[in-house]
Write a protein that binds this ligand. Structure first.
Ligand code: SIN
Length: 539
């Protein structure tokens, strides 16, 4: 087997992976591998922006409050505080490295508005191309300083005596590599491709989460999937995201008859938290009613949202009528590989950062524009963890031996079959009966789900197996959580059940699913806004 050796290997090329590489590469040899191309990531596609309390009219406590209210009071308070506090100071780092955030006519940073924020605090760039602008700036720094391997897929972690010692990869020629590293960092992003309608890039198949789970890492809160309310529809299929920032600038969701969809449904109406708006649109869809985003009130739509405008131009009558047909689609997973505030997983020398990591900052439903922020804040924290870690002699052990087993005879499902099951039973609205049907369906693939090594599979089979694993974890956790909270909605348990679930996350430990208490401070407030406000004014 071919062997590569490095100090740090980073798997994934979204903002979290790239920024971690940027922070580390002056002091460590860093390899970054991605199964497709460097610029194929959800970060690259992020339109809305990056949230931060940077004006004197705003305060990190207000951003914190919005994050926790949108998160259904399910956030880890300690990490959420770090997110919003450190976030505002790290914005200057982005500006220093050349990110040109949009400015207003007075040359001040132009701040956008999005759902569930009390204030305008969304920095954006290139109008609606924030992710691309930030990623390009970081990529320009990383490319000359880091060894990058594109079209190379990581498929198995090597864990020995409880320590992660490296990762197996397969390159585009089909050669297998073992990358021996002191630190293995998973930054593989989300799982949107589990569903037929998604805002995610085609690479978002949950590979890193599945790989970490197979290696025995703890994985938490997988039931919490966020569905973005407004994917642009072209007939029956979605063709891209329409940023919530469009509603922030005055667009309204309307029915075919022109009635306001969100009127009277939530105090923040069109800017209610995403889970609330997505469910409303989904209910209309179930009644065969079409929903549109009316952009008549959005000033300078073409200049403010150039990429969205371009997407709509393919169907010019949408722009003429100022009515964009929309439906919800899978957007973000709040759960993932469980990490502590330093980015460390439950396996020594294995770390996770970005969407694939569960830091607890998003609670049950991520606040708009907090995902790029998470990448920026936790990549910085993780790199400090790696740099401060006492060197252990992890290497010079060579490639581990591999037991090659016969390939399982069970035929794998197609991507569409997985998506069908997830759409139907584990989507925006769930219940026990449907979730049990999904579990039964996954049960046919038990031998594949139990398989610890993907060595013998083709690249496409590896991806399908990862999707099966992650889909199964989402389904199992959704069945366990017999309440509704944020992105997880059960119509057989339509309310929050604080007595049973407040302060508890679902965690897969050694393959077993359990409830785990996570509230750091036993005296911590219960889940209500007045209590949260009281706590904030005390601290
Ligand atoms: C959007 O622009 O609506 C998506 C941004 C985000 O998910 O935070």
């Amino acid at each position: 087997m071919n062997v590569k050796k490095t100090d740090v290997v980073i798997i994934g090329s979204g903002l979290a992976g790239l920024m971690t590489a940027d922070y580390l590469c002056d002091e460590k040899n860093v390899m970054l591998i991605t199964k497709s191309e460097l610029n194929h990531s959800n970060s690259w596609l992020a339109q809305g922006g990056i949230a931060a309390a940077i004006t004197k009219e705003d305060h990190w406590q207000e951003h914190y409050e919005d994050t926790i209210v949108a998160g259904g009071f399910h956030n880890r308070k300690e990490t959420t505080e770090l997110l919003v506090k450190q976030g505002s100071s790290l914005i200057s780092r982005l500006i220093e490295i050349g990110v040109n955030f949009d400015k207003d006519k007075n040359n001040q940073l132009s701040l956008g508005m999005e759902g569930a924020h009390q204030k305008r605090r969304i920095l954006h760039a290139g109008g609606d191309a924030t992710g691309k602008v930030i990623v390009e700036a970081v990529m320009a720094r990383v490319i000359p300083r880091v060894e990058i391997f594109e079209r190379e897929m990581a498929f198995d972690l090597h864990v020995e005596d409880g320590v992660c010692r490296g990762v197996f990869t397969k390159d585009e020629q089909g050669s297998i590599w073992y990358i021996e590293a002191d630190h293995v960092i998973i930054a593989t992003g989300g799982v949107g491709q589990l569903y037929s309608a998604t805002s995610n890039c085609k690479e978002a198949t949950g590979d890193g989460i599945a790989m970490a789970y197979r290696a025995g890492a703890e994985v938490a809160d997988m039931e919490f999937i966020q569905f973005h309310p407004t994917l642009l529809m072209n007939g029956d299929s979605s063709c891209g995201l329409i940023s919530e920032a469009v509603r922030g600038e005055g667009a309204k969701l309307v029915t075919e008859e022109g009635c306001y969809l969100m009127k009277g449904k939530h105090p923040m109406e069109d800017l209610a938290p995403r889970d609330v708006v997505a469910r409303e649109i989904f209910h209309s869809k179930l009644k065969q009613e079409k929903i549109f985003l009316n952009i008549a009130n959005v000033k300078n739509f073409k200049q403010r949202f150039p990429s969205i405008y371009k997407m709509c131009e393919k169907n010019p009558e949408m722009l003429e009528n100022k009515l964009l047909p929309v439906e919800p689609g899978a957007h973000f997973i709040m759960g993932g590989i469980k990490v502590n505030r330093k980015g460390q997983s439950s396996i020594e020398n294995l770390y996770a950062v970005g969407e694939c990591a569960y830091t607890g900052v998003h609670g049950a439903n991520r606040l708009a524009s907090n995902s790029l922020l998470e990448a920026v804040v936790f990549s910085e924290r993780l790199s400090r963890t790696v740099l401060n870690k006492k060197q252990i002699n992890n290497r010079e052990k060579g490639a581990p031996s591999i037991v090659i087993k016969n390939k399982t005879s069970k035929e794998l499902p197609t991507t569409e079959e997985i998506q069908n099951v997830m759409d139907q039973y584990v989507g925006i609205i769930r219940n026990k009966k449907g979730l049990q049907k999904a579990i039964q369906w996954f049960g046919q693939y038990e031998s594949i789900l139990r398989e610890k090594s993907h060595y013998q599979l083709s690249t496409q089979e590896k991806i399908i197996s990862n999707m099966l694993t992650v889909g199964f974890l989402v389904t199992k956790a959704s069945l366990l959580r017999n309440e509704s909270r944020g992105g997880h909605y059960r119509n057989d348990f339509p309310m929050k059940n604080d007595d049973q679930w407040f302060g508890y996350r679902s965690v897969f430990k050694n393959g077993e699913l359990c409830r785990e208490r996570f509230i750091e401070n036993e005296a911590s407030v219960q889940g209500s806004l007045p209590e949260l406000k009281k706590e904030l004014s005390i601290s």
